[in-house]
Design a binder for this molecule. Structure first.
Ligand SMILES: CC(C)(COP(=O)(O)OP(=O)(O)OC[C@H]1O[C@@H](n2cnc3c(N)ncnc32)[C@H](O)[C@@H]1OP(=O)(O)O)[C@@H](O)C(=O)NCCC(=O)NCCS
Length: 173
């Protein structure tokens, strides 16, 4: 089957239609609802369509985090999901490239930063992201929590990643 073009649109939380935002949140809840973390509110939503059908989405936040006790301006990617029938056709990759464009052009981010399950880290590596050792910590209602799986970053400027332990300085995304 010839591969169909993936169209990606990115809208801020203020711009996105309320119905679409509610649909994305229901969908994200179905896929990630069993993960027992409290998450940061999304500031941007990327949606992917093939032939006008909604097939994937991800969210973005802008955050000042810390690595090796240095402040780092990051664009945080989360809630990456492609509908099962559309997987392995480059939908996630197209959304990650669009997210990178927004991080550069609108968020003034020095790095992209995301946390993910070990099994899906290759998706982000394919988009140029690299694993960092961390450990990565973030705020939760019960106290500071260490993430047990992978953290990946994307260098967006000449600044090198400081390395060392990472503090998301708030809720995770
Ligand atoms: C993970 C997920 C978003 C990938 O979406 P996708 O649109 O199928 O990904 P792409 O087609 O853009 O894949 C790009 C590359 O990533 C890698 N990849 C894709 N899915 C993968 C998976 N499940 N495990 C490991 N590597 C994967 C492949 O190298 C792929 O390139 P290839 O098909 O040329 O080999 C999708 O499987 C999904 O929604 N899973 C459930 C939710 C989830 O786990 N999200 C991640 C949260 S951290």
């Amino acid at each position: 089957m010839p591969s169909q073009a993936v169209e990606v649109r990115i809208e801020s939380a203020a711009e996105i239609a309320e119905e679409l935002r509610a649909e994305l949140e229901r969908w994200t809840d179905e896929v990630f609802g069993q993960i027992a973390y409290q998450w940061a509110p999304s500031q941007w939503y990327a949606t992917a369509r093939i032939d006008g059908n909604l097939v994937g989405s991800l969210t973005l936040v802008a955050r000042e985090a810390a690595a090796a006790a240095e402040r780092v301006r990051v664009g945080g990617v989360g809630n990456v999901v492609t509908k099962p029938a559309y997987r392995r056709r480059g939908v996630a990759l197209a959304m990650m490239l669009a997210a990178e464009g927004v991080m550069r052009a609108r968020l003034d981010a020095e790095f992209g930063l995301l946390i993910c399950r070990r099994a899906v880290a290759p998706v982000y590596e394919k988009a140029g992201w690299v694993r960092v050792a961390g450990p990565t910590r973030f705020w939760q209602p019960a106290g500071i929590t260490t993430y047990p799986e992978e953290t990946l970053i994307l260098q967006l400027t000449a600044r090198e990643w400081p390395g060392g332990s990472i503090d998301l300085c708030g809720l995770p995304w």
